[in-house]
Design a protein. Structure first.
Length: 343
């Protein structure tokens, strides 16, 4: 056998006309594509231009909050009022008026309780959620509802550790078997709230929300020098991060944004003692008046409106943020036909 025959058999055959055209077309397409990627304007899809360096930055993951509300039941009103008695008794009246706490919290639930721990103040000044009602609520969540875990979190305006300590909230929470979550630099994520005006995308205290299935807002009823009243909706301000003091210039817009930022399972307003003036920080103990009332419900707009009129005694002078909240679909101001009171 001719040894040259093996060599010749391995030689590549010349390209056919069809193969040549196919490869030439592919090469031309690749060249055109690379040219597009290199020279296309920066805002064009797949462009490689990045003069500002912003295109190379990692894109943040969109973080949204789930809806924590439970299915509505026409057999129960949206707002319950409890009056008279010790804190635990009055709290139970308010909850029983809307079907009881076990209607909302089921065995195995992981519950986040959001109090107002904004300031380094003694509880007798009425500027923060009173530790007694927190203790009562956590006890009910564990013993009666059989919650798997109860978390308590806030991002105070003043020192977080000092605010939780001085207000008595930390001790009350830990003695009841729950855990306090304090904010730090890694505890925040950018939250997307599509229908918000000021906080469509804003830093949010997300860490305590991990694995949470139910959320309860627990706020004191108090005066506020900028927005007239700090109640259930304003309480969610403590979940924002960033330079949130800039929102004071448009306080009613930001509070109405908060009303749609989070859809809680329940809101509870502590009107056992009400800070009637010098809010939100409180001045002297005499600014606080005993009202022996607790409000619980699923419509925080109606609850805030009722508390402004009946506990802060402002008559029909409702804060502007309530009208804005209603317009954004967060609830209805008028509780007529949706309220029940137990005394």
């Amino acid at each position: 056998m001719n040894p040259d025959s093996k060599t010749n058999s391995k030689e590549k055959k010349p390209l056919s006309r069809r193969q040549f055209i196919t490869r030439a077309t592919a090469m031309a397409g690749l060249t055109a594509g690379l040219g597009y990627l290199s020279f296309a304007p920066e805002d064009y899809k797949f462009s490689l231009k990045d003069k500002t360096g912003l295109r190379s930055l990692p894109k943040p993951e969109i973080y949204t909050l789930r809806d924590f509300r439970v299915e509505s039941d026409n057999n129960f009103p949206d707002v319950g009022i409890g009056r008279q008695g010790e804190t635990g008794v009055t709290l139970r009246k308010a909850l029983d008026a809307i079907g009881g706490l076990k209607r909302f919290i089921k065995p195995g639930d992981v519950v986040l309780v959001k109090p107002n721990a904004a300031f380094d103040r003694s509880p007798n000044l009425g500027a923060t959620t009173h530790p007694e009602i927190i203790s009562e609520l956590i006890t009910m969540l564990y013993l009666e509802c059989r919650a798997a875990e109860v978390k308590v979190a806030d991002n105070p305006i003043e020192s977080p550790a000092d605010s939780f300590e001085k207000s008595g909230i930390k001790r009350a929470v830990e003695n009841a078997g729950a855990r306090v979550y304090l904010p730090d630099g890694n505890a925040f994520r950018n939250l997307h709230t599509p229908d918000a005006v000021l906080i469509k995308n804003w830093s949010f205290f997300h860490r305590p929300f991990r694995n949470v299935t139910k959320v309860i807002g627990l706020a004191p009823v108090k005066d506020h020098n900028l927005c007239s009243a700090s109640l259930g909706i304003k309480n969610w301000y403590g979940l924002l991060g960033g330079k949130r003091n800039q929102f004071h210039q448009d306080i009613h817009e930001i509070i109405s944004d908060l009303a749609i930022m989070i859809r809680p399972t329940l809101t509870i307003l502590d009107g056992m003692r009400v800070l009637m003036r010098n809010g939100p920080t409180g001045g002297i103990p005499s600014d606080v008046v005993m009202k022996h009332t607790i409000i619980a419900g699923t419509d925080q707009v109606a609850m805030d409106a009722w508390a402004v009129t009946n506990l802060l005694e402002r008559g029909r002078e409702l804060p502007e943020y309530l009208m804005k909240s209603e317009m954004k679909g967060a609830g209805k101001i008028d509780p007529s036909g949706r309220i029940r009171e137990l005394t």
